[in-house]
Write a protein that binds this ligand. Structure first.
Ligand code: ADP
Ligand code: GN1
Ligand code: MG
Length: 370
């Protein structure tokens, strides 16, 4: 455990929570932040909370990031409060302020911490276990885009500039290959070759955005399946989480990351590549879910490129894993040697499966577009 319990107790104590701190344990399988489930006890019993250290290697301006999250969750909460039958504190993340009334706590070491209400009776899945989950998760991400469509106020901060800018990501990869700081390029020759062969794909969405042919929207930008919570009792999608990258983007970024994760039944770091492919039944459930929520606002140019977006975002994240492997695993959390290379291989294998099934996937999108 990265932080000891005394430290966590001290930090948790800075937030507006009643009762006594009981315990904290690492929680979830995210690659970026340090997430803990904390238990607190008061007269009514024990209650869990999520305590998170924001990764400030990845996010350079945590106060701006927290301003985004506060605006977004506040706006979603207001809309939910007006919707009969909804449960605002389960259907959006809710920040708990510090005792000083701030959105985050800055500790003596320069770490930024935040606390969320724990969403009970729900969980996340690293891979979908049924087509229904793909349907539910995708429907939630579509609804999330729809609900944020009218967010008032100034443009959200770019928490990571050029986050899904594939040509820039490709340049980063080229730099990492050239530097080869850990002498790993030789062990990734096949993957580097694959990436270089697919370089022309990089410009697809950025060119359309630059030409003003693709609308900018508020998007989540990290819509992998374990960033949406599924209700234990009903199996319904309940809440979109992990809001660090909510900012201006393209609807295709979100759909692309769903394609990358929802119809892939093998793990993101599976070593047996024979298990890695796109399952068309799960793909269809996901497409149906997303389009039920998003069909009403998507433009033809967005609908036309949904299948391409799957390949593009899978490629983008594949080259990010590969670049991080070459750079010595400095960005994504890794749990074994070669972990980022294994992840990159899965992305590239999955891209091939998308390429092979392109016609079938296009037909599915067409079927659910109207
Ligand atoms: P990361 O950015 O590292 O992926 P996340 O914000 O996604 O971090 O959190 C990691 C995991 O913690 C999630 O996948 C989810 O399982 C769990 N989690 C996060 N927020 C909550 C919450 N409010 N209630 C319950 N579980 C949560
Ligand atoms: C990271 O935070 P997490 O684990 O949900 C990453 C995403 C990648 C994903 C790959 C801020 O997501 O961009 O797609 O890993 N988040 C950030 O699994 O870089
Ligand atoms: Mg996450």
């Amino acid at each position: 455990m990265k932080h000891d319990k005394e430290t966590l107790k001290r930090i948790a104590g800075r937030f507006q929570i009643d009762g006594e701190f009981v315990d904290a344990e690492p929680y979830g399988t995210g690659h970026i932040n340090d997430t803990y489930k904390c238990k607190w006890q008061d007269r009514a019993g024990t209650r869990p909370f999520i305590l998170q250290r924001i990764n400030n290697n990845v996010f350079k301006n945590p106060p701006q990031l927290m301003e985004n999250i506060s605006r977004v969750t506040g706006y979603l909460g207001e809309q939910l409060a007006r919707t009969p039958g909804s449960e605002p504190d389960r259907e959006t993340l809710t920040l708990i302020p510090t005792r000083a009334g701030e959105k985050f706590h800055l500790d003596e070491q320069g770490n930024f911490w935040r606390t969320y209400v724990f969403i009970r009776g729900a969980r996340t899945f690293d891979t979908c276990t049924s087509p229904d989950q793909a349907y539910e998760g995708a429907k939630m991400f579509g609804k999330f885009q729809r609900m944020l469509d009218g967010l008032p106020g100034p443009r959200l901060h770019d928490t990571i500039p050029f986050f899904h800018h594939t040509p820039r990501r490709f340049k980063d990869l080229e730099k990492a290959i050239e530097k080869d700081a850990h002498n790993r390029a030789a062990s990734a020759r096949a993957e580097i070759k694959f990436a270089v062969r697919h370089k022309p794909l990089s410009t697809l969405v950025v060119d359309l955005l630059a030409a003003g042919r693709m609308p900018e929207r508020i998007t989540h930008n990290d819509t992998k399946v374990n960033n949406v919570m599924i209700d234990d009792a009903t199996g319904r999608g309940i809440c979109v989480i992990d809001l660090d990258t909510v900012m201006a983007g393209c609807a295709l970024f979100d759909f692309g990351d769903m394609v990358r994760t929802m119809p892939r039944l093998a793990a993101e770091d599976e070593r047996d590549l024979g298990k890695v492919s796109c399952d068309p039944v799960f793909f269809e459930a996901m497409a149906r879910g997303y389009l039920e929520s998003a069909r009403q606002f998507l433009l033809p140019v967005e609908l036309e490129h949904l299948v391409d977006a799957g390949r593009l975002i899978t490629f983008t994240i594949g080259i990010r894993f590969l670049a991080d492997y070459l750079a010595g695993d400095v960005y994504f959390k890794t749990h074994r040697p070669g972990h980022n290379l294994d992840r990159a291989r899965v992305q590239f294998k999955f891209m091939e499966s998308l390429e092979q099934q392109e016609d079938k996937l296009e037909a599915i999108i067409l079927k659910h577009s109207h």
